[in-house]
Write a protein that binds this ligand. Structure first.
Ligand code: ZN
Length: 242
């Protein structure tokens, strides 16, 4: 966009969508940019569904990834830095007149920082919403390993649909797939309720993968990505009426 187009978009497209991702290991077969690529892919579909009412900002390609630092190439922001980057970007667009923001994160490690940011914006005159991707379609994730998640079935499926050129199929390999395989700290960290423990992904598995990415298909990915876009767009459409 040019600055003139942006000035017009303030009036015609009151919602800004900001994709945020991560630059972190995704096992032996997927690019480290996986979470950013998925965030951008879903954000583009959501923006298209909103038919001109939303404008798509460039992605923030780094996220909060200290739990992947045992793996070469991972680049992380501290939670405080990640929050400050988003504060500065939102503040920039606020000064130009935007008041509604939706952050789409492809990386679950950003969730806690985004949740804190959302609490801070309660005291402002802007609407700050954020959403994960896979978690909004968790009801559609079936027939997967007992332990699944990072670089596993669902995430690999999304990449096979959105960016198959970034998946090296012959290098996909299973990570931890059952609770029995996990160390005690890793097992405790998987509890959905009760006390919380965080562990590095090298504690889960030597390749840092949860689940079996070899079972993923592009067709599963299409279902997850398109449905996530439908649900997030429906939320955004309601937000626009606020
Ligand atoms: Zn990921």
């Amino acid at each position: 966009m040019t600055t003139d187009e942006a000035a017009e978009a303030v009036r015609s497209s009151p919602l800004v969508i900001i994709p945020v991702g991560a630059l972190e290991q995704h096992g032996g077969g997927m690019a480290m940019s996986t979470d950013t690529v998925r965030a951008v892919g879903v954000a583009e579909l959501v923006t298209a569904r909103l038919a001109g009412q939303a404008v798509l900002a460039p992605a923030v390609p780094y996220g909060v990834s200290p739990h992947h630092m045992a793996f070469a190439g991972t680049m992380t922001l501290s939670p405080a830095t990640f929050q400050q980057v988003l504060r500065d970007l939102v503040d920039s667009l606020y000064q130009h007149g935007w008041r509604q923001f939706l952050v789409i994160t492809g990386h679950g490690g950003n969730n806690a920082a985004l949740s804190v940011l959302a609490q801070e914006y309660l005291r402002s005159d802007l609407l700050f919403a954020w959403t994960p991707i896979t978690a909004v379609v968790s009801d559609l994730i079936t027939d997967v390993s007992q332990v699944h998640g990072h670089a596993g079935e669902a995430e690999t499926a999304q990449m096979l649909y959105l960016a198959p050129e970034l998946v090296q199929a012959e290098r996909l390999e299973p990570g931890a797939t059952t609770l029995d395989e996990l160390t005690t700290p890793a097992r405790l960290s998987r509890q959905a309720q009760g006390p919380r423990l965080s562990v590095g992904f090298d504690e889960y598995h030597k390749r840092g993968v949860l689940g079996d990415p070899r079972r993923a298909t592009a067709e599963q990915g299409r279902l997850l990505v398109e449905t996530a876009a439908d649900r997030i767009a429906a939320f955004a459409a309601e937000l626009l009426t606020a």
